[in-house]
Design a binder for this molecule. Structure first.
Ligand SMILES: Cc1cc2nc3c(=O)[nH]c(=O)nc-3n(C[C@H](O)[C@H](O)[C@H](O)COP(=O)(O)OP(=O)(O)OC[C@H]3O[C@@H](n4cnc5c(N)ncnc54)[C@H](O)[C@@H]3O)c2cc1C
Length: 562
């Protein structure tokens, strides 16, 4: 192979032009238009509709990140506005959707998020990145990265049209997804203790769960296409199955399961996955069987979760998107991690190129990003045994949603999550969130194990969580007031009090359902557990009653079983 040394230099070389790499290129050019950005992507657009990459559902942070980069108009016209998550819990043999406990929204959530056709999105991102002046190069396979010491430029060798070329850059950002080129070279991969696996496929046919029954009464529970636009989750012991509508008209399906409950071997090919569905989700299997001639693709991963020793370095390199860490696809945090990581990388690159001190910022960002990974990992590890437990999962989802909106989403939407000065004053609040999260998740796991729940063909309305809907309204659109640091801090404090009150309410109800009696009304939310022997030592009795009537009445609808 010929080797050509290019004279070109770039401020930032992005390895891989997928979701993370292309959004970063746009963000960098928007933040600092003088920055020269080269993206090296081995693929060649235009990319196909539907069967391209995985990661088709977004939630609030990732959805709003895309809105900021591409504009709401593009997303509303070319992708599908998502109608929240929707869950169908097990009932009998899962042959009749109307007998399953259903949990979802009755309207769009105030903060919009989207179901994404990845091929379509990445074609748009290519065009936008180029419009913004990024040099996005197709059919360029990155071969090697040589990192330089001190102020010298890094070198990236890549192959294009049978020639080896070398490019120099001030920063190198690895956005090669699971290939994790730089992470592997530097030996930064870390195994994750979370061992779940997944299989997924796309079908060029519309799947609307609303058509799975002709019952008018059942259909009336979700008018206006909300069942179709949602991410549907068919839930069972140790697994969930996703159904996502694709803007190009097809559907994405996935089985996600923990090996303690389901062997990967049983769903790792399409035929096996279909057999697996016949056994666990027969109604869904029937739908897929009738559409199998329109199958577009199939893929599977035995263990999808992994960590990293470091993701950002003062030596002027960074790992973004799946090239860094990945926890779990449940409730779609993948694009959120891209949004947060890219925002941090944009900040550190701008600081360095503007000649400001940046090393301290890089260390902050690295620690904060990995802290988020460490905070979330145990929630998802503890989740899989509870997936088929209806009442515990209804509470779990509302708890996750409350925590997510209260701090990470509030800080992201108020542009503080990548702000070192602000975040370094928030460690106490983050610590409180981590403690509440851990208590809540452990409580719900144990509740799931112990509670003998009734079967109920009910609908539990996520849109009835008025305090969270109100919080979303405050954070979006015309209502989104620009707050100063004190204002954001006050909002976080108010949200933490709301979380504390939620956990006390959960504890009250769970203790009553399991017939255990704490013997005090003043409950310390940082000490709740279902182990009476720990109560005194943990300090379950509080100095005051921290309940809140607004929270209690808002979450009342979650107790479908009482
Ligand atoms: C089962 C599963 C379900 C998921 N569901 C969701 C979801 O619903 N929502 C969500 O937000 N996230 C989801 N995710 C995560 C989602 O996949 C990621 O957030 C997202 O796709 C990562 O984007 P990326 O840019 O990091 O990687 P990719 O989009 O994979 O991009 C990497 C790019 O690098 C290129 N590349 C690789 N090697 C080279 C090389 N040597 N030279 C040049 N280019 C190279 C590739 O061609 C590719 O274009 C899911 C993940 C899994 C495993």
């Amino acid at each position: 192979m010929n080797s050509i040394k290019e004279n070109e230099r770039a401020d930032v070389i992005v390895l891989g032009g997928g979701l993370a790499g292309l959004t970063l290129a746009i963000q960098l050019r928007q933040a600092r238009p003088d920055t020269s950005v080269v993206v090296l992507e081995r693929g060649r657009p235009p990319f196909p509709d539907a069967a391209f990459k995985i990661g088709e559902s977004t939630v609030e942070i990732g959805g709003q990140y895309l809105v900021r980069l591409l504009g709401e108009d593009y997303l509303e016209r070319h992708q599908i506005r998502k109608s929240g998550p929707r869950f169908y819990f097990p009932s009998q043999r899962n042959e009749d959707i109307t007998t399953r406990l259903e949990y979802g929204t009755t309207d769009f959530l105030p903060i919009h998020s989207y179901q994404i056709d990845r091929g379509r999105l990445e074609n748009e991102l290519w065009a936008r990145a180029r419009e913004h002046g990024a040099d996005v190069r197709e059919a360029c396979k990155v071969l090697e990265v040589t990192l330089a010491e001190g102020d010298a430029l890094h070198e990236v060798a890549y192959e294009r049209g049978g020639e080896r070329r070398v490019l120099q850059g001030r920063w190198v950002v690895d956005a090669t997804g699971r290939a994790g080129l730089l992470k592997r070279k530097l030996g930064l991969e870390r195994p994750s203790p979370h061992k779940a696996g997944a299989a997924w496929w796309r079908i060029q046919a519309k799947t609307d769960v609303n058509t799975w029954s002709s019952s008018e009464q059942w259909r009336g529970l979700a008018p206006n296409g909300h069942r179709y636009r949602a991410t549907s989750h068919l839930m069972g012991d140790g697994y969930w199955v996703w159904i996502i509508p694709l803007p190009s008209g097809g559907s994405s399906f996935g089985i996600v399961a923990h090996p303690d409950y389901h062997r990967f071997n049983d769903y790792r090919t399409f035929d096996r996955a279909l057999n697996w569905l016949r056994q666990h989700e027969p109604q869904c299997a029937q739908v897929i069987e009738s559409q199998r001639h329109q199958l577009l693709d199939f893929a599977a991963i035995r263990h999808y979760s992994y960590g990293a020793e470091r993701v950002f370095s003062p030596q002027r390199w960074a790992l973004v998107g799946e090239a860094g860490v990945f926890i779990d696809p449940f409730l779609s945090p993948g694009t959120d991690f891209i949004a947060i990581g890219n925002t941090m990388v944009t900040t550190m690159v701008c600081k360095q190129l503007d000649g400001e001190p940046y090393a301290h910022y890089v260390e902050f960002a690295n620690a904060t990003y990995l802290q988020l990974y460490q905070l979330l990992l145990p929630w998802f590890e503890a989740l899989y045994p509870t997936l088929g437990r209806k009442q515990a999962m209804v509470l779990w989802v509302a708890w996750y949603f409350a925590m997510y909106m209260s701090i990470p989403a509030t800080l992201f939407l108020h542009d503080r999550i990548a702000n070192m000065e602000f975040m370094s004053t928030m460690q106490g609040e983050i610590g409180r969130l981590a403690q509440l999260a851990a208590r809540g998740i452990a409580l719900l796991k144990e509740f799931g194990d112990r509670f003998d729940e009734p079967d109920a063909a009910r609908f539990v309305n996520l849109s009835a969580l008025e305090h969270l809907i109100a919080l979303q309204r405050e954070l979006c659109g015309a209502n989104a007031e620009k707050l100063d640091d004190e204002g954001v801090r006050a909002l976080v404090h108010r949200n933490l009090e709301m979380l504390e009150a939620t956990l006390i309410e959960y504890f009250d109800r769970i203790a009553a359902a399991l017939e255990i009696h704490p013997g005090t009304r003043n409950i310390n939310p940082y000490a709740v557990s279902l182990d009476p022997e720990r109560w005194a030592e943990d300090g379950l009795e509080h100095t005051h009653d921290a309940r809140r009537e607004d929270v209690a009445s808002s979450i009342r609808a979650l107790w479908y079983s009482s």
